[in-house]
Design a protein around this ligand. Structure first.
Ligand SMILES: [Zn+2]
Ligand SMILES: [Zn+2]
Length: 376
């Protein structure tokens, strides 16, 4: 039974429900699903836990606001431990460092012991050319890493840890919540089950220290805005030797001076002269592959017409082949004419019969009919 259900749905209330409604509904449902009333029913127990979790969050105005904005990620995520400590110069990458996501991506963390390290987020902007070809980037991150002095244990080398007396080594304590007993992580040992008598000097018992790491990120061809790359185990180190979190690289596309992109399609607008539009011709568009793409302009082309060059677009991420390059034609009316050019155009106009521009002729024909109907 999956209980990844919206908190409001779980509590069977509207998103706008006030505290009293929330509480009343929680009580009713908690009674209904309480394990004591449903012995041996795992579904009930799971639902009971989920309801309690939902209420625990929504009853707290701050947590509720965070949940409303970001979902569970907003509630579980710590305002991570980085502070302002990244004075590093990231060169032309223009990266912004944000630490987010406590357990948002982590999934189940039922195991006893200190929590797994937080997942971290790193925002990186890349050029369209790099997204086209794929690129390798080096990044520097300041991240809480396992303390070498105590090998992550948090205890001064050569000293022992003691069993936690608050929880008797279980890592959990039972506490009253509403009218039920619930299990909580032990506040004394944070779930580790043991306490450090003599903390390590390097990490003050945390088992981890901030360290600058240089990481290599392989960015495959075809990535797009919002593509995430996971560097497994490169997030924050867990407290006292627990498993590290992951580092997520969030990719952003820099604006390109010629192309816009929609999935694997590359798009650009090409203004052409009215003579080229009338007589036909050819324009050359450089592709991101470094090749020149000659695009034939048929005589009589109109503004807005899209010409498609198959296979000249972006590569398919983790796949084969490429999308298309689409060139939209804009016919440009000349604005700077020499006296001679004007003369030629006047001469041209004298030869016009209306047949040259059927759309225009049709439209003004209909206007005339309408006028005649009105004045009959
Ligand atoms: Zn240490
Ligand atoms: Zn304890």
């Amino acid at each position: 039974m999956s209980l990844d259900i919206d908190y409001y749905e779980l509590l069977e209330v509207e998103r706008s429900a006030d505290d009293a409604t929330l509480k009343a509904s929680y009580r009713k449902l908690a009674m209904k699903y309480h394990p004591d009333k449903n012995p041996g029913c795992d579904d009930s127990e799971a639902r009971f836990k989920a309801i309690s979790e939902a209420y625990d969050c929504l009853k707290d105005p701050q947590k509720r606001a965070a949940y409303d904005r970001f979902g569970k990620a907003g509630v579980n995520g710590g305002a991570g431990g980085f502070g302002g400590g990244n004075g590093g110069d990231f060169g032309d990458i223009g990266d912004i460092f944000e630490s987010i996501f406590g357990s948002a991506f982590g999934g189940g963390r039922q195991q006893r012991g200190p929590a797994r390290g937080a997942d971290l987020r790193y925002d990186m902007e890349i050029k369209l050319e790099d997204a086209f070809a794929g690129v390798t980037r080096e990044i520097q991150v300041d991240v809480a890493a396992r303390c070498d002095t105590c090998d992550g244990s948090g205890a001064k080398p050569g000293t022992q840890t003691n069993r936690c007396t608050t929880c008797a080594g279980h890592g959990k304590v039972r506490a009253q919540q509403g009218f039920f007993m619930v299990e909580r992580t032990c506040p004394t040992c944070q779930g580790a089950g043991e306490v450090i008598a003599d903390p390590c000097n390097s990490c003050h018992g945390e088992g981890r220290v901030d360290r600058r790491k240089t990481l290599t990120v392989n960015i495959p061809a075809g990535v797009d805005e919002g593509t995430r790359i996971r560097l497994s185990g490169e997030g924050e180190s867990g407290a006292r030797g627990a498993a590290p979190g992951d580092l997520y690289i969030f990719l952003h596309m820099a604006r390109h001076k010629v192309f816009e992109r929609e999935g694997t399609t590359l798009f650009t607008r090409a203004p052409i002269s009215f003579t080229t539009a009338a007589l036909g011709g050819e324009i050359a568009i450089p592709g991101l592959d470094g090749k020149k793409h000659d695009i034939a302009i048929p005589a009589g082309i109109q503004s807005g017409k899209q010409l498609r060059q198959r296979g000249a677009g972006m590569p398919v991420l983790n796949g084969r082949g490429h999308g298309d390059l689409v060139v939209q034609i804009d016919v440009e009316t000349p604005t700077k004419l020499t006296a001679r050019q004007k003369e030629l155009l006047c001469e041209f106009r004298e030869t016009e019969t209306g047949e040259e521009c059927p759309a225009s002729q049709g439209f003004f024909g209909r206007i005339k009919e309408m006028w005649d109907d009105l004045t009959d």
